[in-house]
Design a protein around this ligand. Structure first.
Ligand code: SAM
Length: 289
């Protein structure tokens, strides 16, 4: 039985990194007329009430999205990276904090399609309710690793895939690597975002990141944000989560400049030491590596 509920962590530092990058990628794909498919292999409940319920217990959002809002509120819009402005425009106006499915719902057009997988029965019900008003969106109570295979390649040959496991099962690392390898084999030109944790307890996240970066020879990057002090995270509930990262395959070429501007800003807001971020960019499109 799955015990993880994303509501405990909604709006925290990991969400801030993941969701700013997701917003950027989805908006980039919307610049072209042609429809695309968004696949969320681990979708969660869809959106989260920060003022009550589980989110209220850990209050992770207070050190994540709330810090970002606070900083953005003190400076002008032009001093804030446009990625952050975009992300905040969705979080500020929403009644509840938008998770990845809710962000996709807000950004995608009627001609695009959304398929979300969620295994937890209670979160699946909430997700189904959120997506029930959209005929182009579908929630599936099934394994996202398996489901991904069946959807690739998409008929439109355009897609964005978010792979965002909770890594509560030790074999999630292996499953993520296998699912990504299979997805890239079926559809190597898709845009993929793969989230991984950085834990004090073990280096499983770093090992996964290195394997993910090595398994594809096309354009790819990884971006990391350190959110906690390693020493203080030892013994905490999440195995000492002190940061997280995303490997992105076939990133929009404009993402490099956006990351250079956004990561220092994010680190300044949500990082324990105000300097915790990292980025690796491997792009065959540009001669200057
Ligand atoms: N992507 C969401 C967001 O950004 O708002 C957060 C997702 S949360 C990190 C991971 C979710 O995956 C949990 O809700 C968990 O119940 C679900 N899950 C775990 N294993 C799964 C699997 N094999 N297939 C589909 N969902 C799974």
């Amino acid at each position: 039985m799955l015990g993880y509920r994303h509501a405990f962590h909604a709006g925290g530092g990991a969400d801030v990194l993941k969701h700013t990058m997701l917003v950027f990628c989805l908006k980039y794909l919307c610049q072209k007329e042609k429809a695309f498919l968004y696949i969320d292999t681990h979708a969660g409940a869809g959106s989260y009430d920060l003022a009550g319920g589980y989110a209220e217990q850990n209050k992770e959002w207070k050190t994540g999205v709330a810090k970002l809002m606070e900083k953005a509120g003190k400076i002008t819009q032009s001093e804030t990276p446009s990625v952050i402005n975009d992300y905040l425009s969705y979080t500020k106006t929403a009644a509840a904090y938008p998770g990845s499915p809710a962000l996709a719902r807000k950004i995608l057009r009627p001609r695009d399609r959304i398929v979300c997988y969620e295994k937890h029965p209670a979160d699946f019900l909430l997700l189904s309710e959120l997506l029930s008003h959209d005929c182009g969106a579908e929630a599936r109570n099934a394994d996202g690793f398996e489901g991904l295979k069946s959807l690739l390649p998409p008929p439109s040959r355009r897609s964005c895939v978010l792979i965002d496991p909770s890594y509560e099962m030790r074999d999630d690392y292996e499953k993520t690597a296998s699912a990504v390898m299979e997805a890239l084999r079926r559809f190597p030109t898709g845009l993929y975002l793969v989230w991984y944790p950085l834990l004090v307890l073990n280096g499983a996240g770093e090992t996964l990141r290195d394997a993910l970066m090595a398994m594809y020879s096309g354009n790819r990057c990884c971006a990391e944000l350190i959110t906690g002090d390693k020493r203080r995270e030892i013994g905490t509930k999440r195995g000492g989560l002190y940061g997280s990262g995303l490997v992105i395959y076939n990133p929009p070429w404009t993402l490099k400049a956006a990351l250079e501007e956004t990561l220092p800003f994010l680190a300044d807001c949500v990082s324990a030491e105000h300097c915790g971020y990292g980025c690796q960019w491997i792009d065959l499109r540009s001669p200057a590596q």
